[in-house]
Design a protein around this ligand. Structure first.
Ligand SMILES: [Zn+2]
Length: 459
């Protein structure tokens, strides 16, 4: 692609942007919270509104579809629109989600969460970034490439706008299976992550996986009097504490044998910023070793997320016979979840304090994601981002999981997945005062248009 094309696309995106911003504002006004306690009519309304936007964009085949959730209820409405690939060109699936997180306490917002409000270069509102900006990124890229009039889209596109991502995508897997042919693509662009900072783009190249489960510890057949038996018997909570203490070493790194650690990221998370963002109390040291970003993205992390013990209010002078703790283990990219689960089971068996009966009950498993560094799609994305921002993208990880990415990889193992950003560190997705930086969003639109043009030149 020559620089004339880039300049023309840049000018076209600038010209289109006010209308795109208006479309984004209209979507933000629909309170499409997918959490069950909220009125799902709004999710249906946002599906209908995005369906209309895609129709107006000139995509010939637009449908609202859903699939059953594992509990048998109907999944939230997703919108799928297609435009077939020109002969020999690849097909690109453009993913975003039209549902949003609940707004939380309205008093913690400076503006009405569902009345989009521009302050300086930022547009505030629930979903303004996560992920209605992703919808607008796709829409903008298609318009910049000539839709609705143009007949010359360089690639086939399938736009897929999910309606229940913020509720854990319960029907996602069934949806993929049911619509495998409709959604099949060579490249999948997931516009639901973050850029590194305003002015510096990023590709999300890794996500941690997850294993959880419960460790049950038993020491007595039944509870006994702590005066009569204490001293020769340790209570189950004390023994559980000893077991839990073996999960980390002195420095706070996970000490379970056999877990994978990925390589250190190329960028670091400033420690002062991390302290502020996490609300870590003054004087409390960070856990673990290595870079902060490495601890968050490239290493396992273990938390005790629940423990069943007698409450303080109900306490009596009794030695607890048993105790159960729920363990959540985040997995480094490259880690097989089943192997991590087996390592946890072996660890608790090996470290049973004083021979207490310890049982591991396996729970959920989610695969980590690690993008190949050198795929043709990745090279096209890096080149497009570099042109759009005037600076190369950095590779970032995400410490959490996006469970649907693992589903995409399993159902479409041959597709290249690009996880792109519409957020920046000030976007506050899921929090009060969520916002998108409009200058960044304009660059996101341009980058995606450039990416589609490059993919059309061949993979
Ligand atoms: Zn999202």
């Amino acid at each position: 692609m020559n620089s004339d094309t880039t300049a023309a696309l840049r000018a076209r995106v600038a010209e289109l942007f006010p209308a795109l911003q208006a479309d984004l504002e209209a979507l933000v006004r629909i309170p499409s919270v997918s959490a069950g306690a909220f009125d799902q009519a709004h999710v249906a309304a946002s599906a209908a509104a995005t369906e209309q936007l895609l129709r107006d964009a000139g995509l010939p085949d637009v449908q609202i579809l859903s699939a059953p959730r594992p509990d048998g209820t109907a999944g939230a409405p997703a919108v799928v629109a297609r435009r077939p690939a020109p002969e020999g060109a690849p097909t690109v699936l453009l993913y975003a989600h039209h549902d949003v997180q609940p707004p939380g306490d309205a008093a913690t917002w400076d503006t009405d969460p569902f009345e989009p409000t521009q302050v300086g270069e930022r547009l505030f509102g629930r979903g303004a970034a996560d992920d209605k900006a992703g919808i607008v990124a796709h829409l903008g890229a298609l318009r910049a490439l000539g839709l609705p009039e143009g007949e010359d889209l360089p690639v086939g596109v399938t736009v897929f706008l999910e309606g229940e991502e913020e509720s854990g995508s319960p029907s996602f897997r069934a949806f993929l299976e049911a619509h495998r042919e409709l959604l099949a693509a060579d490249v999948i662009v997931v516009a639901d992550s973050t850029n590194w900072k305003v002015g510096v783009p990023a590709l999300t190249t890794s996500l941690r996986g997850l294993v959880d489960g419960e460790v049950e510890l038993r020491v007595l057949e039944h509870a006994v009097h702590s005066g009569m038996f204490g001293g020769a018997v340790l209570d189950a909570v004390t023994l559980m504490s000893r077991l839990v203490a073996t999960f980390h070493d002195e420095a706070g790194d996970v000490a379970i044998e056999g877990l994978v650690t990925a390589s250190e990221p190329e960028v670091d998370y400033d420690e002062a910023a991390f302290r502020a963002d996490s609300s870590l109390l003054d004087g409390v040291a960070l856990a673990g070793t290595g870079t902060v970003s490495g601890r968050l993205w490239a290493k396992p992390a273990l938390s005790v997320i629940g423990i069943d013990v007698t409450s303080v209010a109900a306490a009596s002078n009794t030695i607890a016979p048993s105790c159960t703790a729920k363990i959540s283990l985040r997995l480094a990219p490259g880690q097989d979840p089943a192997a991590a689960d087996a390592a946890l089971a072996a660890h608790v068996a090996k470290h049973a304090p004083l021979g207490a009966r310890v049982t591991w009950h396996s729970g959920e498993q989610g695969k980590p994601f690690l993008a190949p560094g050198d795929s043709a799609a990745m090279r096209a994305a890096r080149a497009a981002f570099t042109e759009a921002w005037g600076t190369a993208p950095v590779d970032v990880g995400v410490g959490g999981s996006i469970p649907f990415i693992a589903d995409l990889l399993e159902v479409f193992p041959d597709a290249a997945i690009l996880v792109t950003g519409v957020e920046d560190p000030d976007s506050r997705a899921h929090g009060a005062n969520e916002s998108v930086h409009l200058g960044e969003l304009q660059r996101v639109v341009l980058a995606e248009a450039l990416l589609l043009a490059k993919l059309g030149e061949g993979l």
